[in-house]
Write a protein that binds this ligand. Sequence first.
Ligand code: CP
Ligand code: NVA
Length: 309
Amino acid sequence: MKKDLLSIADLNREEIEYLIGQARCMKREGASPLLSGKTLALLFEKPSLRTRVSFDIAMHQLGGHSIYLSPEEVGLGKRESVADVARVLSRYVEGIAARTFSQETLRILASHSSVPVINALSDLEHPCQALSDLLTIYEKKGKLSGLTLAFVGDGNNVANSLLLAASLTGMNFHIASPPGYEIKKEVLNRGKRFAALSGSQIRLTNEPYEAAKGADMVYTDVWASMGREAEAEKRRLAFLGYQVDNKLLSLAKGDVLFMHPLPAHHGEEISAGLLDDPRSVVFEQAENRLHLQKALLVKLLSNPKVSGK
Ligand code: CP
Ligand code: NVA
């Protein structure tokens, strides 16, 4: 496995399946202190509930601990260059989970750090979410390959990682976004290359019902991601008709799973009450962040540090 997880595509299909297997095992049997004495830095430029708490608890359950570093404390790229922060943290900790605006910040962190850097969400990707979602899907459906995941909404970080995750693991991926909010060409082309190898189908549309028809999972996310709050009003208008509700879910398979990474905006991307629908697995998704990330941390942080950086 590579030193860092900056994109879900840093993993191949076997590595993804390995992490899912390890996470299921840890979930069943509990964790042992495999990271005793090790420390993870949580370097965050944006707010978080699930990611911050699940990484913190994961380290605790594995016998290590974490240090949360808020934007105000570190001033990443402002008080100190990203490269210098990486070099300093590498002298103290065994891993860095970073939530940044730009993917480029993660790339610089990783290239100047001698310890693994994990993408804890950037504007481009959210690989830990996608991996945990694959675990949830696997638990519920007993397989990944051949299923169809329909994403309705913004072609954002979560959608990008899910498209890549699906196309790596043989899952079909449908996405319905309003004109102007589609998934980016580079991500799509990368996904298409993986899909050609895994046999999955990718379908892009502007029509939510087309995406949802016959799907095994219907997934949505907020219309205005963190950092895009100023566009919220404009986006509310652009995304009218893209709400996931009972009517849309009824077009999917009878045993469809409704998925969302949370936080959710009730009455916007989802109809009121949908989180409590029997088809909803959103809280399993949130729980699985913990199990999957424990497997990931053990894999990445168990290696001795790379010296000389
Ligand atoms: N799903 C997710 O990443 O949640 P947080 O933003 O609360 O970490
Ligand atoms: N797309 C959302 C996901 C939050 C977990 C955001 O970036 O804000």
